[in-house]
Design a protein around this ligand. Structure first.
Ligand code: PAF
Length: 286
């Protein structure tokens, strides 16, 4: 496994691989790797002939009062885990090389960026889309693998690929959970034991919405309201949002008449957590 630090060397390596007609599968990460990330890497290994994983805590997707400085970083441990999975290249650039300053060029989506997490984290998705576009230009992936846990991010990236004609196929992998349902997240290490317990309310709210749909409920506001009640009723948790939206466009939905997604976000202690589940319209169920 080779570790590449400089963006231009990553780009040159990618162009050499493409010249040799090798298919590149790419997993962009911010490091602090957990079993969820490793499931993405395994999927990438199946899709491409060469697997590239980037580890870059992207400063442009954190707001001024957010946890950029505190975000967990452990490159040594990440690299050891990736070696075990036979990853070919780790791209771990310095922020100063990725964003030398004075550029002012950003990407954003005029409609999907400002909803849900975008509302609570202004500028977040602008930072995500910009860095993902840069990473795609440096790594030249045939496939890029993302987790369903960051559903809005994945929807925005799919849309960016469509709108700007990137030649990368976006592959989505299911959320990996602890045995009690908590979605894996690099930020879970910030949770104190009682907060970790309290955080389970997000998963419970989503399971509740799924159960209501199984019982025939198709009024999305009722589903959202039930999720809000569950989350607000939990201790140590501050509800940010609980909504149901069209899974492809993230547009609001009145009735569950197409594939939808239930999205939740809440603060638990100093940690902000998100989760989601897909909801199928009743008539499409088998
Ligand atoms: O999901 C993440 O870890 C990040 O948002 C990403 C896609 C690597 C961009 O910095």
């Amino acid at each position: 496994m080779e570790i590449i630090r400089r963006p231009h060397l990553m780009q040159q390596t990618a162009l050499d691989l493409k010249r040799d007609r090798l298919k590149i599968a790419f997993v962009p990460t911010m490091g602090a790797l957990h079993a969820g990330h490793l499931s993405l890497v395994r999927r990438a290994n199946q899709m491409g002939q060469v697997t590239v994983v980037s580890i870059f805590v992207n400063p442009t997707q954190f707001g001024p009062s957010e946890d950029f400085e505190q975000y967990p970083r452990d490159l040594g441990r990440d690299v050891d885990q990736l070696k075990e999975l036979d990853v070919d290249y780790v791209f771990a650039p310095d922020p100063a090389d990725m964003f030398p300053g004075g550029s002012g060029t950003y990407l954003y989506n005029e409609t999907m960026s400002n909803r849900f997490c975008g509302k609570s984290r202004p500028g977040h998705f602008r930072g995500v889309l910009t860095v993902v576009a840069k990473l795609f230009n440096l790594v030249r992936p045939d496939f890029a693998v993302f987790g369903q846990k960051d559903f809005q991010q994945a929807a925005l990236i799919k849309r960016m690929v469509l709108d700007l004609n990137f030649l990368t196929e976006i592959v989505l992998c299911p959320t990996v959970r602890e045995s009690d349902g908590l979605a894996l997240s690099s930020r879970n290490i910030f949770l104190k034991p009682e907060e970790r317990q309290a955080a389970l309310v997000l998963h419970r709210a989503l399971r509740g919405a799924e159960a209501m749909v199984a019982d025939g409920e198709d009024d999305t506001e009722k589903l959202a309201e039930a999720m809000r009640e569950t989350i607000s009723g939990g201790p140590l948790v501050r509800l940010d949002y609980a909504e149901v939206a069209d899974a492809a466009t993230l547009e609001p939905l009145e009735r569950l008449d197409r594939r939808a997604v239930a999205l939740v976000a809440a603060g638990v202690g100093v940690t902000r957590l998100i989760d989601n589940t897909l909801l199928e319209p009743p008539e499409e169920k088998q």
